[in-house]
Structure formats: C-alpha cells, structure tokens
Design a protein around this ligand. Structure first.
Ligand code: ADP
Length: 422
C-alpha cells in the first residue's frame, strides 16, 4: 500500500478484505448480544410485572415491604383491604403505626424486627390496628431480606386477618366456660338434692326408730302405774325389763346417730394404743356366740397375736356391726365364718355369712348413709342403714380398707384390711 492508503499490491487487498470480514463478524456478534440483552430485559420486566400482578391480586394477605428501619416501602391490595390505608397514604410511614399503643410503648415493633434479623423470621398472632382505629386479630410473618452480598435490605411482611377465627374461638371458649359453669351448677344442685333426700331419710328413720321404743316405754310405764294398786312382782319385773330393753334400744340408736354425725363432720377422735386384734375379735365372737344359738360362729386366727395400733372402742364397733349384720341378715341361721389372716403388712379379717345376700344393684351403695339394700323390708329386718357407713369411716380412719362380695340367696362376705404395727 502507498502513503495515500490505496492498495498497491494484491496482498494488501487481501488483508483489507480479511479485516473487513472480521469487523462484520464482530458487528454481528454485538448485534446478537444486544438482541439477547433486550430480550432478557424484556423477560425480567415481564416477570416483575407478573410478580407485581400476583402481589396485587392477593386480597386475603397484606404483603408489603419495610426498609431496614421499618418504614413501609411497598403495599399491595390485600394490605389496603385489611388495614384500610392506600399505598399513597402509608408508604413512608413507620410500621409501628399498625400496633396498639400499649405495644408501641413497650417497644414491641422494634423487638420483632430484631428477632427477624436474629432468626431470619418472626411469626406471631396478635391484635393490630386498622386505619379507622378498629382492632383485628392478625397472623403476622416478618422475614428479614438480604442481598447476594449478605447485606440486610429490609423486611418482607405478610399479615393475615384472623379476626373471625379468633372470635369463633373466643365464642367457643366462652361457650365451654358457660357449659362448665352449667355443669358445676347442676352438680351443686344434685348435691343439694342428695342432701335434702338424705335429710328426709334421716327424719323418716329417726321418727320411725324413736316411735316404737317410746310407745313401748310409755305403755309399760302406764302399766306399772296402774299396778301400784294391785302389786304383782312377776308382771312388774317383765314391765321393768321391757322398759330397760327399749331404753337400751333408744340409747343404741342415739349413740349411732351421734357417731354418724361426728364421723360426718370429722369430729371423731381416736385413742390409739397397741392392740391384739386376735384377742379383740375373739372376745366379740364369744360374746355373740353366747347370745345367739341359731347361728354357729367359727373363728380361724393365726396362732400368735396380731398386733395393730388402733382405737379399741372403734375396733369393737367395726366388728360388732359386721358380726351383728351377719347374724341379722341370716334369718334362717347358718354358719358365720370369721377369719384373721396376715397379708404382708396387713391383717385381713373376713366375716362370711350364709344369709340373704345383697343384690348387685345395691352393692355399690351399702356404705352410704341411710342406705338399705333392695331386698330388705323394715317390717322383717329392722335397721337404720347407718352401721356400714360408720364401719367404713372407722376403718378408713385406721388407714384400712373394707370391701364386700355377695351372692343373693347364698351369703355375703365383708373383708376388712388393717395395717399391722410396723
Ligand atoms: P342396717 O341398720 O340397715 O343393717 P347397715 O348400714 O349396717 O344398716 O347396712 C346397710 C345395708 O346393707 C343393710 O340395710 C342391708 O341391706 C345390707 N347388709 C349389710 N350387711 C349385710 C349382710 N351381712 N347380708 C346382707 N345384707 C347386708
């Protein structure tokens, strides 16, 4: 090529052509890159638009962003619907405006952002305030947002209005509470009714039990009065015996009533001493055996003393009552088997009769006050339904237990278990 740049030789022309070709190639490449850039820009824009549409379309959730200090920088339709502010009204405001004043004063909003930074997210349910000042129950999720270099860029906040669910829950709780109160009231009422029934039964029993001996005492006393004119020692003796026996019956009845009252109110005190149960039960059995000849009382006991710590008078009452019942409810006679066995730290005393038995439906109630089983009628077998109540209370005061098994028409077994002296 010469100084004016005109190709002088064939090789120069060739070189120029090659350069031109390369230049065109580069231009094509730039063109292609440019096209690709424009298309990706377009795609990004489209995707941002779609995302924006999605955000806008979500109406049930308030979705918005806060800057690193907690100021609102974006706002969606859901947020406007739930909280009542338009985007123009709220963007730039601090998000603490959504909290009740007590929470604001307590520094709750700032603390929630701190937790979101620490843990990545913060979630809770709580009361929030709408633009018009009304409260709503919100489910809130705050997420800390970081850029690719790990720097905090702000927070995403998703809030859902759960007021209806909360109100439904509160209503359910209130309803449950009301039901509970209703149950308590019902229970109190049925307890009061049971007490009234018990009082009525008590009065009936008292009237019934007092009338017979009083009538009889009165009758014999009047008889004795008339006899003063024509004395007859034999008849007078009978009248006096009758008066004594009826007075004893009254005495027994009033003692039982007093015992029942004392046990019911926790006023019965025990005088505990070391006792040999085998000897105590042995005495009671011999005493009964002397009084009743239609029944055979059999006692099986260990050869050595059975020592417990107990109140002698109470123990006498317990076994007196149980053996007396075994006799009373075996009107045809039969054997009454009394046994004392040692079972680990306890003495087990069983009183088994061959009497009328107790119907299964009555069994759960026979330790209740004034309860008499369905198969007894006061005309045939007298009683007040207090004895077993007293027995059970006394056994319990001694740290023991009592249970019963029975087959109607065949017999009944009461089993008392009392702790041995350690
Ligand atoms: P009661 O004065 O009526 O005998 P208790 O409290 O001693 O009162 O007994 C309550 C009820 O238990 C009795 O009315 C009776 O129905 C039943 N009962 C108690 N012991 C026996 C028994 N050995 N056999 C059958 N029934 C019994």
């Amino acid at each position: 090529m010469d100084s004016s740049g005109v190709p002088t030789q064939h090789s120069d022309i060739q070189l120029l052509r090659t350069r031109l070709h390369m230049l065109r190639h580069s231009v094509d490449e730039i063109d292609e890159l440019l096209e690709r850039y424009i298309s990706s820009e377009q795609k990004l824009h489209e995707s941002q638009e779609r995302f924006q549409l999605l955000l806008e379309g979500v109406k049930d959730y308030a979705i918005f962003m806060l800057d690193t200090q907690g100021y609102v920088i974006s706002w969606n339709t859901g947020a406007q619907r739930i909280k009542g502010y338009t985007a123009d009204e709220i963007i730039g405001s601090h998000f603490s405006i959504f909290y009740p004043s007590a929470d604001q004063d307590a520094g709750k909003p700032a603390r929630e952002l701190e937790i979101a930074i620490q843990d990545g997210r913060y979630e809770e349910e709580g009361w929030r305030i709408r633009k018009d000042g009304s409260r709503f129950w919100a489910n809130v999720l705050i997420t800390a947002l970081y850029d690719s270099s790990g720097q905090l860029r702000g927070f995403g906040k998703v809030t859902r209005d759960m007021t209806e669910r909360k109100l439904a829950e509160e209503m359910r709780t209130q309803l449950q509470e009301r039901n509970h109160q209703l149950e308590l009231a019902k229970e109190a009422r049925s307890q009061a009714e049971a007490m009234l029934r018990s009082r009525d039964e008590f009065l009936t029993v008292t009237a019934h039990e007092l009338r017979t001996p009083i009538t009889s005492l009165l009758g014999y006393a009047q008889l004795l009065q008339r006899r003063f004119d024509q004395p007859s020692p034999e008849r007078d003796q009978r009248a006096i015996k009758a008066i004594i026996s009826q007075a004893q019956r009254l005495n027994h009845f009033t003692t039982m009533l007093l015992d029942m009252m004392r046990l019911g109110t926790g006023h019965r005190t025990l005088h505990r001493t070391e006792l040999d149960l085998r000897a105590e039960v042995g005495h009671i059995v011999s005493r009964f055996q002397m009084l009743y000849d239609r029944h055979t009382l059999m006692l099986a006991a260990p050869p050595e003393p059975v020592i417990i710590i107990g109140d002698e008078h109470s123990l006498e009452q317990i076994f007196d009552n149980l053996i007396q019942n075994a006799i009373k409810y075996s009107p045809l006679g039969g054997t009454i088997a009394i046994s004392i066995e040692l079972a680990e730290a306890h003495a087990r005393i069983t009183i088994a009769d061959q009497g009328i038995g107790i119907p299964a439906t009555s069994l759960p109630h026979i330790f209740d006050r004034f309860y008499r089983a369905a198969n007894v009628t006061p005309e045939h077998i007298s009683g007040m339904g207090i004895g077993l109540f007293i027995v059970k209370e006394l056994v319990t005061l001694h740290g023991g237990t009592i249970d019963v098994t029975s087959t109607p028409g065949q017999g009944t077994s009461f089993r008392v278990s009392l702790p041995l002296k350690p």
